[in-house]
Every structure is written in structure tokens, then in C-alpha cells.
Design a protein around this ligand. Structure first.
Ligand SMILES: NC(=O)c1ccc[n+]([C@@H]2O[C@H](COP(=O)([O-])OP(=O)(O)OC[C@H]3O[C@@H](n4cnc5c(N)ncnc54)[C@H](O)[C@@H]3O)[C@@H](O)[C@H]2O)c1
Length: 334
């Protein structure tokens, strides 16, 4: 199978290292508007790949079976639609896009295409997530939950790449970028979100960004469960993500990073071999596991691991949270 990648920046190495471990998948082309970045990726991960600065030219000339999209957020929808229109399978970095209108465009493009789109929510497949979901089912599901993302990003981080910290190109701040994985997991634990009341603020990065660095959301689910979610990049360090799930039978499941506790006591579980790959701990370690599943799905050995429809849900929640914060009211989620 021939594959390609658009956007040879910080996260691209996670994709390319993962593809390199998959027999039968060849990286034939790399694209970045900064050619040196594509050349550096070629040198490290794919010595025979062709290098492009124009992704449409790459798709047309190389005709890959699949393409990975790891570019700034405002480019995701357009690039994915262009690939799908050419019948090329897409592995799309989170978030899928930055507006409701783009969700509709992507959905339409996927429906019309013979190709598949899979979204990079790798943390869904972390052993801790899978074990916690199983435990939750044994204890009757969620009555209420709280979760938080408390990380540190300094002004230099936001200034390093022009697209970061800007509504037009990032689509928002901590919610749409750093916290979307945890929001996605929370939704996976709690069910279908129906409304949100939220406040977003910029506490520590007024000099560098025009979006929120801090958010608090009260989310209601159709099961009757509620969840309180907080996120910030204004903390002093990258603390492990935290989830606490109060079960309907009165038990309490707590996740601190990849550790699980049941009623406050450690709950040991097996971590499969080969789980970890180099990469930032806070990004999770699951790119390889998810990318392997993506290619297995293309070979029809497994179902699509992360459907567009499910990956759209956290985006709808955070877009509703922005509207709620602006309006000062509870907002329904489409
Ligand atoms: N799944 C995860 O855990 C995870 C982790 C980090 C980043 N991400 C996501 O990956 C994406 C990229 O993030 P990053 O940190 O690597 O950003 P980055 O800025 O380091 O890399 C983006 C790259 O895209 C290139 N680019 C911009 N416009 C382009 C165009 N028109 N054509 C080709 N290339 C173009 C840039 O030159 C840059 O090299 C974002 O969506 C981000 O949210 C996901």
C-alpha cells in the first residue's frame, strides 16, 4: 500500500515512525510548505519518498492509496475533502476541523467518496481507557464525572508557529487543541452529550494568543449523567490528565494519566508489549496502535477504528462551549 503525509512538523514523526513498523505500507511522498521539513522527514523516515510543497500536486502525481494529514487545524477540512474527492483514504489528525459548517462539508465528502476517513484519537485505544470502560460497564455506567487537563504551554510555544493561538487558524485554544483528547474520552465514558454551559478565558497568555488558555464546561448527557470538565495551558507543569467517574452503583473509578484506581485503591492491569513509542508522554503513546488499525481497516481486516461521526462529537461540544461562553447561557449540542 502506498501512503503519503502532509505536514512534516512536530507530530509527523509519530506517524512516520508508526508507518515504518508496518510491513506492506510504503511512504512514497512527503509534503510541507517548508521544504526543509519534508527533506528532514525524508532523511529520517522515508529515504525513497518524493518531496512536495504543493499537496494537490503530490496527490495527483503520486496517487497514494492513503494520506496522513498533520497540518494546522484550519487546513484539515480542505485537505481531507481534496483527498476524499480523489478516492484517497485519509488518516486525519485531530481536530477534524474548526466549524460546524466544515463538519458538514467533511461528512458530505466522505459520503460521496469510495475512500475511508479515520481520525487520530489514539488515546481511545490506550490500555487504561479500554480497562476503565470495561470497569465502568461492570458498575452500571456513569452517574456523574469530572475530568481535567492541566498543562503548561508558554508564550514561546504559541509564538513558535504562526497558526497557534489564533482563532482563524487553530479554531480555538486549549479546548480544541490540547484538551480535545480528554474531552473525547470523557464523552466515550459518559455517552451522548446534549447541552453545555461553559466559560472560557485567557489567564496567562494575553501577550501571545487571541483564544482561550482556560475553560470550564458543565456537560449534560442523554443518560442523565453530568460532567464537569476543566482545561488549561496556564498551569506550571504538564500534570497527568485526570478523570473521575462516579458509577451508578456507587463505585468510583479514577484515572490519573495511565493509572487506574477503584474506590481510591490502585487497580492494576496488564499493558500489552509494544505499547509505547517515542513521543511526548502527554500525547499518549497510541499513534502506532491506531495507525496499524487504520491500515488493517483499509485491508478489510477490521472496522474503521475512529469514525468521522464519532470524532465530530467533541468538536461539536467545544464549539457549543464557545457559543455558551459568549452568550452566557446553556447551549444545546447538535
Ligand atoms: N494526536 C496527537 O496527540 C497530536 C499531537 C500533536 C499534534 N497533533 C495535531 O497534529 C497537527 C499538526 O500539529 P504539529 O504540532 O505537528 O504542528 P506543526 O506546526 O509542528 O506542523 C505542521 C506542519 O504543517 C506544515 N504546513 C502548513 N501549511 C501547509 C500546507 N498548506 N501544505 C503542507 N504543509 C503545510 C507546516 O509547515 C508544519 O511543518 C495539528 O492538528 C495538531 O493538533 C496531534
Amino acid at each position: 500500500m502506498k501512503t503519503a503525509l502532509i505536514g512534516c512538523g512536530a507530530v509527523a514523526g509519530n506517524h512516520l515512525a508508526a508507518i515504518g513498523k508496518l510491513p506492506g505500507v510504503e511512504i512514497v511522498a512527503l509534503c510541507d510548505i517548508v521544504p526543509e521539513r519534508a527533506e528532514a522527514a525524508k532523511l529520517k523516515y522515508a529515504p525513497t519518498a518524493a518531496v512536495f510543497t504543493d499537496y494537490k500536486k503530490m496527490l495527483d502525481e503520486e496517487r497514494p492509496d492513503a494520506v496522513h494529514i498533520a497540518t494546522p487545524h484550519h487546513l484539515h477540512c480542505e485537505m481531507a475533502c481534496e483527498a476524499l474527492a480523489r478516492g484517497i483514504h485519509v488518516f486525519l489528525e485531530k481536530p477534524i476541523c474548526i466549524s460546524e459548517e466544515e463538519i458538514d462539508r467533511l461528512t458530505d465528502a466522505e459520503e460521496k467518496s469510495p475512500a475511508t476517513l479515520t481520525v487520530c484519537f489514539q488515546n481511545r485505544f490506550n490500555p487504561a481507557t479500554v480497562v476503565a470502560k470495561k470497569l465502568l460497564a461492570e458498575h452500571g455506567g456513569v452517574a456523574c464525572a469530572r475530568a481535567s487537563v492541566t498543562w503548561n504551554r508558554d508564550d514561546d510555544y504559541y509564538r513558535a508557529d504562526a497558526w497557534r493561538g489564533k482563532k482563524a487558524t487553530e479554531g480555538g485554544g486549549v479546548l480544541i487543541n490540547q484538551a480535545i483528547h480528554e474531552l473525547d474520552l470523557l464523552i466515550g465514558f459518559c455517552g451522548k452529550p446534549i447541552s453545555v454551559a461553559a466559560t472560557v478565558a485567557n489567564h496567562a497568555h494575553r501577550a501571545s494568543i487571541d483564544v482561550e488558555d482556560t475553560a470550564e464546561l458543565l456537560i449534560s448527557f442523554d443518560s442523565g449523567a453530568t460532567a464537569f470538565f476543566t482545561a488549561t495551558t496556564a498551569f506550571s507543569c504538564d500534570a497527568p490528565n485526570f478523570d473521575e467517574l462516579y458509577c451508578k452503583d456507587g463505585r468510583r473509578i479514577t484515572l490519573v494519566g495511565q493509572e487506574i484506581y477503584l474506590d481510591g485503591k490502585p487497580f492494576p492491569y496488564d499493558v500489552p508489549d509494544g505499547f509505547s513509542l517515542p513521543g511526548k508522554e502527554c500525547w499518549g503513546t497510541g499513534h502506532y496502535r491506531l495507525i496499524r488499525r487504520f491500515y488493517e481497516a483499509l485491508e478489510r481486516k477490521a472496522p474503521n477504528p475512529v469514525l468521522l461521526s464519532s470524532a465530530a462529537v467533541p468538536v461539536r461540544v467545544l464549539l457549543a462551549a464557545y457559543r455558551s461562553s459568549n452568550a452566557g447561557t446553556t447551549v444545546p449540542i447538535k
